[in-house]
Design a protein around this ligand. Structure first.
Ligand code: GCB
Length: 597
């Protein structure tokens, strides 16, 4: 029987009472196209394994696995230190894309759906301390209509069906599969902190930090918070405690001055520390007033990108050097923000956004949901969306960098290219998004909630949210090559939308596919000149519209897609940088607008 523990969404830390062991490295791997492994005991040993890297996508490593999304097995033999005996021990895959089942020494220990958020299974009773342990993870990323992101379905979509992308997906990025982030083993004391929520406000020059803490086993006892050199005591009643701390002359968090305060929580028994947990917090507020987004009470305009976790050979596998390089390049360009298109990014990426001062629109993998599908399919996706929102907010709620939750990218009512939006589908979407909006607000009342709308999509869906994010491709998919006409169409649509919505609008995608090194005079589609020109025109138009609260170029870097006539060489070339992070002309152009202005 499966026992997936909700605890463990707190990022595991090493300290005097807690332990973390990173199981990254060489694992054994075997594809299981006939789904025979479970019956045949592969959870204990694989009949013909080959070595694989964890973390990594399997698709880029083996020729026969390139387009394979079916069941596969990962096995590792590992020891657990005897000193961990008596503690609570969890195993925590950071990102197992998409459906995972986990066995310890042949016993089922956990299951999880959703490829970009951690899950933790409570496993001490399954572990050996006097010999090694077999960890097995079974994984598949089949493109199933009921999942989020959804596989090709009746209603179809742009990439499945119409353009016949291979592998068939409903979205425009390669459906990489594998253990994409570290698998951690971690231990905590029997009585331990299970959750922390930090909210901040500003009064005058002081910061007010509200901390609520949960502890296991209905803990009744003492605790302590250390913040800004001062201790505040906590009294736990039935496993919860709360405190409000005033930080005088607070150094606020913002891009350009990402001030962080280390916060340490502990459960104490006299002079004994029973558990301890630390995180960095930032004091800041984010709110919407009229058509303006306010950070710490001051208007803020987002500059930046939609991104992907994507790199040669690693695929979607965690690659810390690339994460750090991307921040360096975003700084060079003068970006202050990005969106985690189209799924939650690594926890390290979020920690670095805090440290380096980037504003993040944090998105679940609800990309290309189609409301032309049946009610049953839509409801199944709603369950997945609610689970992923719950896990995302639990994981990322304490990051000052996260300023907004995005519940979906480019939902559709039928096929937008087939024209028209059937009213039944529009209504189904409205019901769905009203409930997702409420659901998200109930989990976090401190951040705006947004939806990223597709060009030609129903504007009424945007009315439901605090901020409207829109993706627009005038000059590319529409009016390609006709930039004057594209300008006019864009300007008119923006003004109409503003009249309808009266809230901040962020353009979360705009751009053009651009082959690096392809030049033309006069500018022509696919050339570096055309990319610069399209970006220049969009930025100029937005600069004249006070209600435009941000401009994020699609995309930061070229990225892998499926194969098909829509995508040259299986790549989306809308990057301002190439896939190996060399600047196209557009990078210097954006720098001249954002960093050097
Ligand atoms: C979009 C999607 C994004 C695609 C992009 C494109 O609207 O949100 O996933 O990659 O367009 O380049 O077509």
């Amino acid at each position: 029987q499966a026992r997936t523990a909700p605890a463990g969404l707190l990022f595991p830390v090493q300290n005097q009472v807690r332990n973390v062991m990173d199981l990254s490295g060489i694992w054994n791997f075997q594809m299981d196209p006939n789904d025979e492994g479970e019956r045949s005991g592969w959870a204990r040993s694989l009949p013909s394994p080959r070595p694989i890297a964890v973390p990594c996508s399997w698709n880029e490593l083996f020729d026969d696995a390139k387009n394979y999304l079916g069941t596969s097995w990962y096995l590792l033999e590992t020891w657990v230190p005897q000193s961990w005996r008596g503690q609570k021990i969890f195993i925590r895959p950071g990102s197992a894309n998409y459906a995972a089942k986990l066995w310890i020494n042949g016993k089922l220990a956990g299951e999880h759906l959703g490829g970009h958020l951690p899950f933790a299974a409570d496993i001490p009773q399954l572990l050996n301390f006097d010999k090694s342990n077999t960890i097995a993870i079974q994984l598949e990323n089949k493109q199933v209509p009921e999942r989020v992101p959804s596989g090709p379905s009746k209603a179809g979509g742009i990439f499945a069906g119409l353009f016949g992308q291979y592998p068939e997906t409903t979205y425009d990025f390669f459906p990489y599969a594998g253990l994409h982030r570290q698998v951690l083993l971690f231990s905590v004391p029997e009585t331990h902190i299970t959750d922390v929520t930090v909210n901040t406000r500003i009064t005058g020059s002081d910061g007010i930090v509200n901390v609520s803490v949960s502890a296991s086993g209905n803990y009744n006892g003492k605790g302590m918070i250390r913040l800004d050199g001062a201790d505040t005591s906590l009294n736990f009643r039935s496993g919860t405690a709360e405190a409000e701390i005033r930080v005088r002359n607070a150094k606020l968090w913002r891009p350009g001055a990402p001030n962080l305060y280390p916060l340490t929580l502990s459960l104490v028994d006299g002079s004994t520390v029973r558990d301890s947990y630390s995180l960095d917090i930032g004091i800041r507020t984010i709110e919407v007033r009229g058509t303006t987004l306010l950070l710490n009470g001051e208007p803020i305009k987002l500059t930046g990108f939609g991104k992907h976790e994507d790199f040669a050979v690693n695929g979607r596998g965690f690659n810390l050097p690339v994460v750090i390089r991307d921040y360096e390049l975003m700084k060079w360009v003068g970006a202050n923000s990005f969106r985690t298109s189209h799924y939650p990014y690594s926890e390290e990426a979020m920690q670095l956004a805090d440290k380096l001062g980037f504003l993040v629109i944090d998105e679940i993998p609800a990309v290309s949901l189609n409301f032309g599908d049946s009610d049953e399919v839509i409801e199944a996706r709603a369950v997945q969306c609610r689970q992923q929102l719950t896990e995302l907010i639990a994981r990322d709620k304490n990051h000052p960098s996260v300023i907004m939750w995005s519940v979906a990218n480019e939902p559709m009512a039928g096929n937008p290219l087939a024209g028209g939006a059937p009213p039944k589908a529009v209504e189904a979407g409205s019901r769905f998004f009203k409930s997702m909006y409420e659901f998200t607000r109930n989990l976090d009342r401190t951040r705006p909630v947004t939806l990223v709308g597709v060009q030609g999509g129903p504007p009424e869906w945007l009315t439901i949210f605090d901020v409207a994010c829109i993706n627009r491709y005038y000059g590319w998919y529409l009016l390609g090559g006709r930039l004057e006409a594209a300008d006019q169409a864009l300007e008119k649509e923006l003004d109409d939308l503003n009249k309808l919505l009266g809230k901040p609008i962020i353009m979360t995608e705009f751009g053009a596919d651009t082959l690096p090194g392809m030049h033309s005079q006069p500018d022509e589609m696919w050339s570096e000149e055309y990319q610069v020109e399209i970006l220049r025109r969009y930025l100029d138009i937005a600069a004249r519209k006070p209600y435009m609260a941000g401009m994020q170029v699609w995309n930061f870097a070229d990225f892998k897609t499926g194969q098909g006539i829509m995508r040259t060489a299986g790549m989306n070339y809308k990057g301002v940088f190439t896939r190996d992070r060399r600047p196209k002309m557009a990078a210097s152009f954006l720098r001249s607008r954002w960093a050097l202005k």
